[in-house]
Design a binder for this molecule. Structure first.
Ligand SMILES: Cc1cc2nc3c(=O)[nH]c(=O)nc-3n(C[C@H](O)[C@H](O)[C@H](O)COP(=O)(O)OP(=O)(O)OC[C@H]3O[C@@H](n4cnc5c(N)ncnc54)[C@H](O)[C@@H]3O)c2cc1C
Length: 383
């Protein structure tokens, strides 16, 4: 067993750290305040090869693994979660890379890494969140095309994307519920498509989120990912496996960032004539925070390593994602507490980190859904 990152992984981590530390701090608070997607940062990240690192070299990426993607995510989120989500501008590309036809890979992947296009993945609907099998968005086959009608909710990059991978009912009549779906690539300039940006989010406010409407949106049959009917559900489940590992490192990153800030603060802030970091109650808190972060990181590394080695373990992935979400929320809360009243003010980054951390317990499966997966794998479906 080897617990060392490879030389290449260490290089990627330090390049990601250098970029995030150099670019995010001066602008993060303002993008958060304005709820604006940081377009300039996204462009620079594309130029440096950070977007879609897992995309194969033939299609413009670096050809790295999902673990390397996760390592970059941790470094970006450590400095600022909202800006860090520029890495999600290739959200859904995992599906094209894993299941797409050669034509789909050539057409849709290179623009993402070159900074010419943004994508997203639309699964959630107003009445189907955790229960994704209940989606209603219908893609009806008519000759050589699909006609899409329906609505999607809370879609990352929804109002800025050039194309989206949209989880649809393509075979509502199929006997097996699991075989009723397909994932269609939908260009957002097609007639009948509409997106409405959602404002007023609690956190990750620099990340775009939107509601989508599809009214008789027509796409050619070639836009069905993989061109295989009835495979959408299993494709989306594999996407969840990957992106739950990525979200794990969002939790680890925001927690590590908050811990870094708390360490700096307790060494500097004096009360009762001494730095507050000299009080044992404060020291214990720092010790606990550091331990939680390390535990979440190690579990995440294991889950990511297994995916890249073809040993996908949904139980372990859900454990990692649940733990990291919880650690993110706990550690940012403690970091804010250690800042006293100053932590409650937007001038201090911990205020923003505290708001940002919560999302990891909600998207890519809520923490309850993660626990359902863990329990089901342990206990079996014995009802
Ligand atoms: C900022 C943001 C970005 C997002 N980005 C995307 C995106 O890009 N693409 C996308 O498709 N979706 C996205 N989502 C949606 C997100 O994945 C869903 O919000 C999430 O899956 C939960 O669905 P819901 O909000 O409908 O909650 P619900 O499913 O209605 O859940 C409500 C509560 O009930 C609990 N619950 C539900 N079922 C069970 C159960 N069986 N057992 C125990 N508890 C249960 C939940 O855990 C939760 O606490 C995003 C959401 C947000 C807020």
């Amino acid at each position: 067993m080897d617990f060392e990152l490879t030389q290449r992984q260490k290089q990627i981590r330090s390049a990601a750290r250098e970029f995030a530390e150099g670019e995010f701090p001066g602008v993060a608070r303002e993008y958060d305040r304005r709820e604006e997607f940081p377009k300039e940062l996204w462009k620079k990240a594309c130029e440096l090869g950070f977007i879609g690192v897992f995309i194969k070299k033939d299609y413009g990426g670096l050809g790295l693994g999902f673990l390397e993607f996760a390592i970059v995510m941790e470094e970006f989120w450590r400095v600022d979660p909202g800006c860090g989500n520029i890495l999600l501008t290739a959200f859904g590309a995992e599906l094209i890379q894993l299941y797409g036809t050669e034509e789909q890979k050539k057409k849709y992947l290179p623009p993402l890494t070159k900074g010419e296009a943004i994508m997203g993945c639309a699964i959630t609907e107003p009445d189907a969140g955790s229960d994704i099998l209940s989606i209603l968005t219908l893609a009806k086959r008519e000759g050589d095309q699909y006609v899409i009608n329906g609505a999607k909710q809370f879609i990352t990059n929804g109002s800025i994307a050039n194309y989206l991978a949209v989880f649809c009912l393509t075979h509502p009549e199929a006997e097996s519920r699991l075989k009723r779906f397909g994932v269609l690539l939908v260009e957002t300039d097609r007639p009948g498509f509409g997106a409405l940006k959602i404002t007023g989010k609690m956190g990750i406010r620099a990340s775009d989120t939107a509601e989508l409407r599809f009214s008789d949106v027509k796409v050619p049959k070639e836009n069905l990912i993989g061109m295989k009917d009835g495979e959408g559900f299993s494709q989306i489940m594999q996407l969840f496996n990957i992106n739950r590992v990525i979200a794990t490192f969002q939790g680890v990153g925001v927690a590590q960032g908050a811990l870094d800030k708390a360490i700096q603060y307790v060494k500097k802030r004096k009360q009762f004539g001494q730095p507050i970091g000299t009080f044992q109650a404060v020291q214990f808190r720092i010790a606990e925070m550091a331990t939680w972060v390390e535990a979440a990181r190690v579990l995440g590394y294991q889950a990511g390593w297994m995916i890249d080695h073809g040993k996908v373990d949904p139980k372990l992935i859900s454990m990692a994602k649940w733990l990291a979400g919880e650690v993110g929320v706990k550690v940012t809360n403690e970091a804010l507490q250690l800042h006293g009243g100053y932590g409650y003010i937007a001038d201090y980054d911990v205020e923003r980190f505290y708001r940002d951390a919560k999302i990891v317990e909600l998207y890519e499966g809520t923490k309850e859904i993660e626990k359902n997966t863990i329990a089901r794998e342990i206990l079996g479906d014995y009802r």
